[in-house]
Design a protein around this ligand. Sequence first.
Ligand code: SF4
Length: 335
Amino acid sequence: MSKTNHTILTDTFGRKHNYLRISLTERCNLRCTYCMPADGIALSPKEHLMTADEIYIIAKTFVDLGVNKIRLTGGEPMVRKDFPLILEKLASLPVELGITTNGVLADRFIPLLKKNGIKTITISIDSLHKDKFQKITRRNEFEKVWNTIQLFQKEGFKVKLNIVLIKGFNDQEIVDFINLTKDKDLIIRFIEFMPFDGNQWNIDKLVTHQEILDKVSYIFPLQIKRLSDTPNDTSRNYKIEGYQGSFAIISSVTNPFCDTCNRIRLTADGKLKNCLFSGKEFSLLKPLRANQPLNNIIKSALQHKFATRGGMDTPDKLQNPDLHSKNRSMIAIGG
Ligand code: SF4
């Protein structure tokens, strides 16, 4: 990698970006209320979406610039018919490959995931109650997802569960989720509800980092152990003394972790997002199809990155729905 190239992924705040999250599709087989707007989204025409080869070429471009971690997201990445081909192509790159899935189709890909060296799986599940699961996902897939979580553990995968907490909906289940870590080496990740286009976000629905800790320490006084976070970690990690697993809190609303951000995102239609919250995007697919070089566009994208949350650096800005609508809905970013 030439001297100049290794700075391309460094922004004006000196943050090195070695972690690329790729949204493989805008489609999903669930309809989670905090992700997919009630009326759905206008899907991009197929010809505007990256093919498996284009995903590989763009990913390799980033790897050549210093990316060593790639996570596949969606929508739901596994609904793509060519998901196996994409996974095998990306698994040939020198990267740590991860997947975030809703678990509905995941069981059928266990052999493929193992063959391609995937040892950890992140599954989204926002309630342990079938009726509430159906309410938030608008689909009746609780058993399928729950059984798949058990199956992945039985198959020896490290399993992380993502839970988006919404006040008055599932915040009463925080301790139930933590109790899953008593005898199981699970990682429970509580995510603060974030504002995106069309997800009816407001501050009253937010369960803050501190509120989560207050609820946990009320039930487990003096038993909460603070674990060390890895560099660039988005989560603050904890453990209940004597429990097998651990829990984490991802608090980009009340306690953003932008100072150590190393993440950039590629959307299914080949646009580079320098931040989850940024409405500004840089097309890589069009220049790729025109055989134009990508490095300068990537460099420009990183040079335009804000210090915090795509410029929503104050609570007022974060609560401004006009700013939310300048960004995509979560379904088209992939978290
Ligand atoms: S909000 Fe943006 S800058 Fe902050 S951690 Fe997330 S992606 Fe990085």
